[in-house]
Each structure stands twice: as C-alpha cells, then as structure tokens.
Design a protein around this ligand. Structure first.
Ligand SMILES: [Zn+2]
Ligand SMILES: [Zn+2]
Length: 198
C-alpha cells in the first residue's frame, strides 16, 4: 500500500521504524480486512487500543482513527489488544498479539544487535547492519500471515456508546474549565482531577 495510509507514512508519523509500529500497523490491516471496512470513509471505523506504545501510531495511520475525530479510544490496560468496529455494519473484531510473538522468529540475533545499537556500543558496521535487519524484520511482520501474529476474534457485541457531550464548569481551585463528568466534589467545592489530587 502506498500514500498516506502506507507503512512508510506510519514511519514518518511515528518518527522511527520499529517492530512495534509494524505490529500495530499489521493489526489494523487485519482488523480492516475482517470488517471489510474502508478507512477513507471518515469516522466509519472506530479503534479501541489498550496501550499507548509504538503500535498505536501504526493504527492511527492505517485506519485514520484519531483522538480528535473521536474514533480512537484508549483503555489504559497496557495490553497489546486492539478492537476495531465498523459503524456502517455494526461489526467488530478483536485483534490480540500472540503472547509468544518475538522478533526472534524472523531474525534470531536481532534483539541482541538492537541492544548494542541502542546502548551505544555497536560498531559502525553493526549500525549499518542493524538498519538493514530492522527493515527486514518490519517487512516480515507486515507480510506475515495474520494467524502467526494475532488471535483474531470477530465480535457480536456492538460498539460501546461514545461519551456524551458534557457541560463544562470552572474548577473552584484553579479556575480552569473542566468537563462536568470529570469534576470531583470535595467539601462542597467542585474540583478538576489534578486539583482534587493535591
Ligand atoms: Zn517505535
Ligand atoms: Zn483545578
């Protein structure tokens, strides 16, 4: 795939090429294929991500889902689990990284080489080699059969309801405006979350 949804576009958006980015990008590929969804139709696809690591940038570029559009949702579970919904059909699919996934499958020495490069102890030759092997590992992930990377489960349940539009109120401590559903009541004062935590 070329253009604004390509993996190269994801690398540019993310700032570097890495296996995590490739895995997220591939998860989105798999999800869209199962849902028969077309990400060029804005906001038709919704992605729910359960981590905030490299892979999510691949998902944003591949699906077009973003926080600003309201079709990217974050659950702070720190799990490599991605759920995609197609609003047009009401179908969903859960894409879970296989627990035994490792770059070792594609390049047994890659992890050790990466440690030397990132630790600053690699020779110039090793750094050159790393770039080539990094590219090869990412390409292998992008080309791997879905079942080698993920457990893919179509869902029956529809998309959970999106958050409603909430009125904003002014925090009694800092004077900044905050959405009503995030206000904490304390001793008769209405506080934003950071102020309530002090
Ligand atoms: Zn990364
Ligand atoms: Zn406040």
């Amino acid at each position: 795939m070329t253009g604004t949804r390509s993996f190269d576009a994801a690398v540019a958006f993310h700032g570097h090429r890495c296996p995590g980015l490739a895995l997220g990008y591939r998860a989105a590929d798999v999800g869209l294929e199962v849902l028969d969804a077309n990400p060029s139709d804005d906001e038709e696809v919704v992605a729910v991500v359960e981590n905030d690591a490299c892979g999510v940038d691949g998902i944003q570029v591949r699906t077009g889902c973003t926080f600003g559009k309201g079709n990217l949702r974050f659950l702070d579970h720190d799990k490599h689990v991605y759920t995609f919904y197609n609003r047009a059909t009401g179908r969903g699919v859960r894409v879970v990284s296989r627990p035994d996934f490792s770059t070792v499958r594609f390049d047994p020495g890659f992890g050790a080489l990466r440690e030397r490069v990132q630790g600053g102890t690699a020779s110039p030759e090793e750094r050159d080699m790393y770039d080539r092997r990094l590219r090869a590992v990412c390409d292998a992930i992008l080309g791997a059969p879905a079942d080698d990377l993920f457990v893919v489960t179509p869902l029956e349940a529809p998309l959970p309801e999106a958050a409603q539009i909430h009125r904003s109120v002014v925090c009694d401590a800092c004077g900044e405006s905050v959405s009503e559903h995030r206000v904490v009541e304390r001793d008769g004062r209405r506080l934003c979350i950071p102020c309530a935590g002090r």
